[in-house]
Design a protein around this ligand. Structure first.
Ligand code: AMP
Length: 349
């Protein structure tokens, strides 16, 4: 999606991925190998004016040498902060962005203490390499402590209070090297099993949007950020509690391809390539629905008026994001009707 948005701008992409059939390989040349392979990274840097990433589990040490020969954007500090949930929460707290009560856990004894101090229910998560609900265990009561420890017990964990949120929302924004910022309207996100199932945008809530922008701007400013940054929040009693950030184009911003004047992908490229940022104005009311685990019946979906279909060309695997579709309507109630139709069609495939 980055490469596709780059074509009209004259931006050519070159990818590095562990797999030769990565989605990017369908639309741009690719180097295949480990993301830590220094020869491949050197080649990538030599052939590029700017290096970016759309996955946050790349070791910072792989990017460090590239900084000497080319520009790496967003900055490595943002990547590294997003890789460890405890470091990330410390950054949010330093910037006065509310987070859930939490504790770093390296032993079962510490987990026991944390459940007493923070309370139950709670969520035990791996600090690193966790995404889409992977490496997580919800502890409903004290009887779950043993099971949680048996499931993911190791060092490098975090225990968080379980938040009874009314909604999950996210904000996506872009910052240029000169410090100019633009923000997309808020997206309201529905997760199932820890994975984003669908999102609707714009969520018309001026108060939440104002807070979300303020928080995102604070993080961007603190990190000297360049590119697209997303923060996911829980809404608890009408207030935002930050869950995590993503220093990259974000799934909850995919709706912007059809739903906004300038997509998040284009604005990411504009930001990292020092072009003026584009308008983030929404063109109507959208819903973005992920295709998880298996592809739906394409032609039945395409028969829905104005539906945009995105097949990433990935091999199916349970829970894997294989594509998405977006619907754009003039009125929110028509969008909601079309969303229900799409969800039931996907479920019946
Ligand atoms: P994460 O990997 O942190 O984004 O978590 C995936 C999903 O699990 C979130 O989008 C929530 O739906 C749920 N979740 C994670 N942490 C919490 C929490 N502290 N309280 C309630 N739900 C949570």
């Amino acid at each position: 999606m980055l490469a596709l948005s780059g074509y009209p701008l004259g931006v050519q992409c070159l990818f590095l991925d562990r797999s030769a059939d990565a989605p990017g390989a369908q639309v741009a040349p690719i180097l295949v190998g480990e993301l830590t392979d220094s020869a491949l990274l050197e080649e990538l840097a030599a052939r590029s004016d700017v290096v970016t990433f759309d996955w946050e589990n790349i070791p910072g040490s792989a990017l460090e040498p590239l900084e000497r020969t080319t520009r790496v954007r967003p900055p490595r500090a943002a990547l590294e902060a997003s890789q460890d949930r405890v470091v990330e929460k410390a950054l949010f707290s330093k910037l006065k962005i509310p987070v859930a009560a939490h504790a770093a856990i390296d032993s079962k004894e510490q987990l026991l203490q944390a459940t007493r101090k923070i309370g139950l229910p709670g969520v035990l998560k791996t600090r690193r390499l966790g995404y889409d609900g992977k490496g997580q265990f919800v502890l409903r009561d004290a009887a779950h402590i043993d099971a949680a420890w048996a499931a993911i017990g190791t060092t490098g964990l975090i225990y968080e209070e379980f938040l009874a949120f009314s909604r999950e929302v996210s904000i996506v924004g872009a910052r240029s090297a000169a410090g100019r910022t633009v923000f997309y309207p808020l997206s309201a996100n529905t997760h199932e099993g820890g994975i984003l199932r669908y999102g609707i945008a714009p969520l018309a809530n001026t108060k939440l949007e104002r807070s979300a922008r303020k928080y995102l701007e604070r993080v961007m400013h603190a990190l000297g950020y360049i590119g697209i940054l997303a923060i996911e929040f829980f809404v608890v009693k009408g207030r935002l509690i930050a869950n995590e950030m993503a220093p990259r184009v974000h799934n909850s911003g995919h709706w912007s391809i059809e739903g906004c004047v300038t997509s998040q992908f284009e604005n990411h490229l504009r930001a990292i390539c020092d072009m003026p940022l584009g308008s983030t104005r929404a063109l109507g009311h959208t819903a973005m629905i992920n295709f998880l685990g298996k592809m739906p019946d394409r032609d039945r979906l395409l028969a829905i008026d104005g539906l945009a279909f995105h097949d990433y060309g990935k091999q199916p695997r349970p829970g894997r994001k294989l594509g998405h579709c977006t619907i754009l309507r003039k009125h929110a109630k028509d969008r909601d009707k079309a969303l229900a139709e799409v969800l039931s069609l996907i479920d019946s495939t």
